[in-house]
Write a protein that binds this ligand. Structure first.
Ligand SMILES: Nc1ncnc2c1ncn2[C@@H]1O[C@H](COP(=O)(O)OP(=O)(O)OP(=O)(O)O)[C@@H](O)[C@H]1O
Ligand SMILES: [Mg+2]
Length: 251
């Protein structure tokens, strides 16, 4: 089995508490979903892959290269759309954020923007349907900001994309467009996406990781989206979660 990205026997302890324990996942290619309740460790896992959290034990391997705890190695090769939070409040425009990302992830100096770079930023902003190029980050709506964050990750064409609930603030039409876009990209790039709605990306999903702190299971959607597995993670509310899945399924 060839892993593009491997989480090898990882423990993460935060504030003296195990958030992840003995976690091993081999991400090959295509689209992986990570699901689990609030506080189950999804964001922690993505931040550990990115080297932003150093695991107590275990390794993160990118095509065999050890990138554990090395954000400077990871960020060139892994695009990241962080979970939306109130922390994004920068006095720079949407266009600048995306252009900066393109230049920042270029290994060669000098990092001046060429005419082609401007064109590339324009094209990516068009791709994510963002018209508010010249608004500063704090002036954007939640959905507009998520579009900028997606553009920022896409613009430098990284090998892998980690998307942390990337569509949580996007309107229904936008969601459908993004599902198609991300599904298309997953044909030739590894994408790992966290979500509270596994049905949204189901059509494109190769495997699902269901996670609740020290418990996890990896498998095909039909192996994971069962009452038996979901109840291990969502407890008694698993029936409601499964109901929701079937209701969504019928749509
Ligand atoms: N820097 C930190 N210091 C201490 N505890 C933390 C830190 N970051 C996260 N945690 C804790 O780790 C647990 C997992 O958090 P995490 O953000 O990974 O959950 P999540 O699965 O992404 O949840 P959500 O669905 O709400 O986004 C939570 O209980 C959280 O409070
Ligand atoms: Mg999270």
């Amino acid at each position: 089995m060839v892993c593009t990205l491997e989480v090898e026997d990882v423990d993460v302890i935060l504030n003296g508490e195990y958030i992840l324990k003995d976690l091993s996942i081999c991400f090959e290619r295509g689209l992986y979903q990570i699901i689990g309740p609030n506080g189950s460790g999804k964001t922690t896992l993505l931040r550990t892959i990115l080297g932003l959290i150093k695991p107590k034990k275990g390794k993160i391997l990118l095509k065999g290269e050890d990138i554990t705890g090395k954000p400077e190695r990871a960020s060139y090769r892994i695009g990241y759309v962080p979970q939306l939070s109130k922390e994004f409040d920068l006095p720079v425009t949407a266009f600048e954020v995306v252009l900066d990302s393109l230049l920042l992830h270029r290994k060669k100096f000098p990092r001046f923007a060429s005419r082609e770079d401007f064109k590339r930023v324009e094209n990516v902003l068009k791709l994510v349907h963002l018209n508010e190029w010249n608004k500063t980050i704090n002036e954007l709506s939640g959905g507009e900001l998520q579009r900028v964050l997606l553009a920022r990750a896409l613009v430098y064409d990284p090998e892998i994309l980690l998307l942390d609930e990337p569509l949580s603030a996007i309107d229904p039409i936008g969601k459908m467009e993004f599902v198609e876009l991300i599904g298309r990209i997953s044909q030739n790039k590894l994408i790992i996406i966290t979500s509270h709605d596994p049905m949204l990306f189901l059509k494109y999903t190769d495997e699902i990781v269901v996670l609740n702190r020290t418990f996890y299971k990896v498998g095909r959607p039909d192996e994971i989206l069962t009452l038996d597995v979901l109840s291990k993670v969502y407890g008694e509310s698993a029936i409601k979660v499964e109901d929701h899945i079937h209701i969504s399924d019928a749509h």
